[in-house]
Design a protein around this ligand. Structure first.
Ligand code: ATP
Length: 453
């Protein structure tokens, strides 16, 4: 059997996500809303694990970063000052043959002639700028003055609240403000599953510094962020750093790295790490007329801080983790015959369910009672999944498919029926190696905690 192509692999991933409750098309029963996705019971756990881990390493583990949670509805003045109202747009081209709206960079070129990637049509309009922001109205009137935007990035509320947060946190440069939250972009062509959506979540840090620290901190944050992706299970070989060339960088940026990942549909950006100079704070200072300066007690000078921004996408990272984890291999069934299995080799730290608990038989009351004791022991510390139905091999397979790293089976040995020395011990099975070890129930919390932290 030949290895599946990358597009077949992607199809299998999308189908697993739906079948097991990671990700569903939004408004599916009404035909779906393009570019919007709903996370199911397992998807929401995976996403939360990612966000919690990001928050832990970027905020809780550090003395120099504080968090905030800004509003999604944004005053138009904020986005005028930041340049989004004027310039946050993609060039759009229409295909007159199939009526598709296309981003200019999606056209295919054959023998020097640009074509529509859907129908091959060559009758294309000129490119025009299409602003990606969602506009809405606040209050009862629909006048110009009531316009608000759904934020296209979380960063702007951080800049706008810079002074308040500086005052309340009493931080000294360099220090950062972190935020995780929804952002909205009316993408011309949402595609590649959740990769390019119209509603998505970002994890952003704005790390403020003195001008002379900017370039060094750009390198520092690029390295920190690469470490982060390793710590959530993305293989270093599939991660790449693109040093964005001068011509493609925002004019105010003195350096930008894109951290990219090899998805089945190609190498694509996961995160941008950008040295944005003092552009954002200066723009808001100018437009609002309010000082956003920092008083440096050492030099007795006022400066507008510079900023380095690592800006990551939650949904893209979740998708990368699922793509990285998806594997098919061989595993023995209850009769010891090898069968193919689907396994999500998620990093234990990220897995939605940490441990599955199985009584060997569901109609043996002492086994069930013991299994429920194990559930009660572990539940305060981790997500657990209790399953008593079907052959044990099948139950393992169901957990492999959703990435549960550990399985605990309560059998007759646990009851001490054959060998009293084995009383209150269980088999602990590891998902990837399928190795089983016999461990005392009372040791489970410590053993598992160590492996999932
Ligand atoms: P792209 O070039 O892919 O459109 P971008 O360079 O516009 O992305 P940024 O503005 O740097 O993206 O946003 C920071 C991060 O937010 C991106 O690295 C990505 O992870 C995430 N992101 C941006 N747009 C989307 C989207 N439409 N869907 C999902 N995630 C997104």
């Amino acid at each position: 059997m030949s290895a599946p192509s990358e597009s077949q692999r992607m199809e299998k991933i999308v189908s697993l996500c739906k079948r097991r409750g990671f990700i569903f098309q939004s408004s599916e029963i009404y035909g779906g809303l393009n570019g919007a996705w709903d996370y199911g019971p397992l998807g929401v756990e995976l996403k939360r694990n990612l966000k919690n881990y990001w928050w832990r390493v970027m905020v809780h583990d550090r003395d120099d970063v504080v968090g905030m949670d800004g509003a999604i509805l944004t005053h138009p003045a904020v986005l005028k000052a930041s340049g989004h109202v004027e310039g946050f747009s993609d060039p759009m081209i229409d295909c007159r043959t199939c009526k598709a709206h296309l981003r200019a960079d999606q056209l295919v070129e054959k023998k020097g002639v640009k074509q529509c990637p859907n129908c091959g049509g060559r009758d294309l309009t000129d490119a025009r700028q299409f602003n990606l922001m969602f506009e809405t109205h606040v209050g009862a009137s629909a006048e110009e003055s009531s316009i608000a935007y759904l934020r296209p990035e979380t960063a702007q509320s951080i800049f706008v609240q810079f002074k308040n947060i500086l005052e309340v946190s009493r931080k000294k440069l360099p220090f950062g403000i972190a935020q995780i939250g929804k952002a909205f972009r009316n993408e011309i062509n949402p595609r590649n599953f959740t990769f390019r959506s119209r509603e998505f979540e970002q994890m952003e840090l704005e790390y403020f510094c003195r001008p002379e620290q900017g370039m060094g901190l750009l390198e520092y944050w690029k390295e920190e962020r690469l470490k982060f992706y390793g710590n959530i299970g993305l293989g270093r070989a599939k991660l790449h750093v693109l040093n964005v060339p001068d011509a493609e960088r925002a004019f105010y940026s003195k350096g930008t790295y894109d951290i990219e990942y090899d998805f089945p549909f190609g190498r694509q950006e996961l995160e941008g790490v950008a040295y944005r100079t003092d552009y954002d704070l200066s723009q808001h200072q100018k437009a609002s007329g309010k000082s956003l300066e920092y008083f440096d007690e050492e030099t007795k000078e006022k400066i507008v801080p510079h900023v380095v921004e690592p800006s990551a996408g939650v949904d893209r990272t979740v998708l990368a983790m699922i793509c990285e984890a998806y594997a098919e291999d061989q595993a023995p069934n209850d009769k010891g015959e090898m069968e193919s299995r689907i396994v999500l080799r998620l990093h234990p730290r990220m897995a939605p369910m940490k441990c599955a608990i199985f009584p060997l038989l569901k109609n043996k009351e002492p086994l069930v009672a013991k299994a429920k004791e194990v559930v009660a022991l572990l539940r305060p510390q981790m997500t657990v999944f209790y399953d008593e139905s079907g052959a044990i091999g099948r139950r393992y397979r169901r957990q492999d498919e959703i990435g549960t790293p550990f399985g605990v089976t309560i059998d007759f040995e646990t009851l001490g029926e054959k060998d009293p020395t084995l009383r209150d011990t269980v088999t602990l099975r590891e998902r990837d190696s399928m190795k089983q070890e016999r461990v005392p129930i009372q040791d489970l919390p410590v053993i598992l905690q160590e492996r999932i932290r």
